[in-house]
Design a protein around this ligand. Structure first.
Ligand code: AHR
Length: 632
């Protein structure tokens, strides 16, 4: 080939490749003055249940495990006898001598030999340890009676390895009758560790029966029996609008007799019988209906109340008709407990708990995942609940958990547990949804990659999926990731891929947690028309605005391993402020993740960016979730 020919060819191929390059550069056209829908102000919320030790051993920070001497096992779990030096003790579960009808079983500690030098008693190993920090204060209590009136009981928190006492106090005044004793423990200048246990000892022979032995660390807003502080702070940072409660499968139970019976979860702890949860451990029911509501109040959010609807997971159901009536009455009572005034029976009961003001309530969900009910009874059950609830509370929106043929439900709850591949490829799932159908509540969803908590790949796929929910948030009025929590200790997890991980001492948010934080904190009030062109696979966008604040939120997801330059063009706007910000969540590998020991490997980073005008280019880092905030 002669030279001019060769140059021409090279030139041609350069032009062609730059044309291909141009054609392939993704570009996002945003029509700022063209809102297509209102963004639901309730779009992002929380969904929880007792799974993965979410409450006991998690958010409900009781430090004593098996505090009510559980009814499920013959051998004592988590309680061990302790006999130092020349002392002697036996411990057993006593089924004849509980402090209340709800708690018939107690812990019998029979000390036959003990002295100051050789104390004896019992210890509890907590939920994978008991956390100790310098100067930490604990609030404790137990119910007790004895055959040796006046026997002092020493309560200590003791290091498992060294035997060093972190905190100790003595409880006096035990008698032959059941009574509750309270105490405070304060740690000294000790090292921070969870390797501790709780020890109850005496220094003379005596038989003592214990029950409802409780030890609490400081709690969020200082509530008695309140929530764990670091976990509540993480939830608050998510800026949620609602809490879907109390489940999930936890609402239904494996059997009808094991459903979440809300009436057995309110009032004094000593009157709560506790119950088996479908996640294979017994729930203390310390997180009862009232505590759920306080949790909502603390976060300034509203409950989405799921009521039991006559179906439990082992294919047990209640036929629509008269048999269902008592369950419906229970649901009506529950709604009254939440939202009735003090002159109603159950509103007055709530007032007795110290909360005369009704809690806000707009959404009630009838059951959970009733598409699993093979009897086909859900249509009839939903219709019966609907009629009864609407008659008393016409303003409530009633959520169905499976498609209903006989009527159009107010809202339909749809669940999605997906691989990353599926979340990416189905990110447009709701773009063509029937606008005349029921409103949608995506009540449980997650990309399940990474365990115990999702990795960056899952977060990227989550973010892609969220762009779809956000674009369609005229129809999708609410969404909640699930499950929310996992205790990462061995045996703590029943469900892989959970948003927030923790042990007894500390916690961390997964990359998916941070994706939630980013989206919910930059919600906007209206969806803005936008067109993404030339975007290869795994590049996604959604745009919302807050016109009052004159702010535009451009969410951009780059799920690829390459940096993506994106050309952005705004129209319908007179002036775009030069100073903008971009918050990016990114990492070097899709497998990158956060852990207890490396909690901040993947966290959002905020940068200022200068925007030249309504047309500009923005680079997206590989594997990144971005919120570009523009002012106009
Ligand atoms: O989130 C875990 C479980 O998944 C929920 O309890 C149930 O509703 C769903 O099947």
């Amino acid at each position: 080939m002669n030279r001019p020919h060769l140059y021409a060819l090279i030139l041609l191929s350069l032009v062609a490749s730059s044309a291909v390059g141009l054609a392939q550069a993704p570009s996002l056209a945003i029509h700022v003055d063209h809102p297509t829908a209102k963004v639901s102000p309730m779009l992002y919320g929380l969904m929880t249940e007792e799974i993965n030790f979410s409450y006991d051993g998690g958010l409900y920070p009781e430090l004593v495990r098996d505090r009510t001497i559980g009814a499920d096992w013959q051998a004592l779990a988590h309680w061990t006898m302790v006999a130092r030096g020349h002392s002697s003790v036996e411990i057993s579960a006593d089924d004849h001598a509980g402090p209340s009808a709800a708690l018939p079983r107690s812990l019998k500690v029979s000390v036959t030999e003990a002295s100051e030098a050789a104390p004896a008693g019992v210890q509890n190993d907590g939920f994978w340890g008991i956390p100790v920090r310098p100067q930490m204060t604990y609030t404790g209590s137990f119910y007790a009676k004895t055959d040796s009136a006046g026997v002092p009981v020493t309560v200590s928190i003791v290091n498992d390895q060294t035997g060093a006492i972190a905190a100790s106090t003595t409880v006096m005044g035990l008698t032959g009758a059941w009574k509750q004793y309270t105490f405070t423990l304060r740690a000294g200048q000790v090292s921070t560790t969870a390797n501790n246990h709780l020890l109850l000892t005496v220094t003379r022979p005596a038989t003592i029966w214990f029950d409802l032995v409780s030890l609490f660390p400081p709690t969020y807003h200082g509530r008695r029996y309140g929530n764990r502080i670091d976990l509540m702070e993480k939830l608050a940072a998510m800026h949620p609008a609602f809490l879907r409660l109390p489940g999930g499968n936890y609402l239904e139970g494996d059997h009808i007799s094991e459903r979440f019976e809300w009436k057995k979860t309110i009032g004094p702890l000593v009157d709560r019988p506790t119950h088996p949860s479908p996640w294979h451990y017994r729930s203390s029911d310390g997180m009862g209906l009232f505590e759920y509501l306080q949790w909502c109040e603390d976060l300034k959010i509203e409950p989405v109340l799921a009521v039991y609807a006559g179906y439990s997971m082992m294919q047990e159901h209640v036929e629509p008709g008269p048999a269902l009536e008592p369950y419906i009455q229970d649901a009506l009572d529950e709604i009254e407990f939440v939202s009735g005034n003090v002159h109603t029976k159950w509103g007055a009961e709530r007032a007795k708990n110290g909360h005369p003001a009704p809690f806000p309530l707009h959404y009630v969900e009838i059951g959970n995942e009733d598409f699993f009910d093979r009897s086909g009874s859900y249509d009839g059950r939903y219709a019966q609940y609907y009629k009864a609830i609407k008659q008393r509370y016409p303003e409530l929106q009633l959520i169905a958990t499976a498609p209903i043929k006989s009527m159009k439900p107010d809202v339909l709850d749809e669940h999605f547990y997906m691989s990353a591949e599926k979340s990416f490829s189905d990110a447009t799932h709701y773009d063509k949804v029937d606008r005349n159908g029921p409103k949608i509540f995506v009540g449980e969803w997650a990309t399940r990659e990474g365990q115990p908590t999702p990795n960056l790949q899952a977060a990227l796929a989550d973010a892609a999926w969220m762009t779809g929910m956000e674009r369609n948030s005229d129809v999708i009025i609410m969404a909640s990731y699930a499950p929310l929590f996992v205790n990462v200790n061995p045996g703590g997890m029943q469900w892989e891929t959970d948003l927030i991980g923790y042990d007894a001492l500390t916690s961390y948010g997964s990359p998916s947690y941070w994706a939630q934080v980013l989206f919910a904190n930059h919600l906007g009030t209206e969806v803005v028309a936008s067109t993404l062109t030339n975007a290869g696979p795994r590049v996604y966008a959604s745009v919302t605005r807050d016109d009052k604040q004159r702010r535009l939120f451009v969410k951009l997801v780059n799920g690829t391993s390459e940096e993506q330059p994106i050309h952005i063009e705004l129209d319908g706007v007179v002036n775009v402020k030069r100073d903008a910000t971009i918050i990016s969540l990114s990492g070097k590998s899709p497998n990158a993740t956060n852990t207890l020991t490396n909690p901040d490997a993947i966290v959002p980073v905020k940068h200022g960016v200068q925007v030249a005008g309504p047309k500009f280019d923005q680079g997206l880092e590989p594997y990144s979730i971005n919120v570009l905030e523009l002012r106009y």
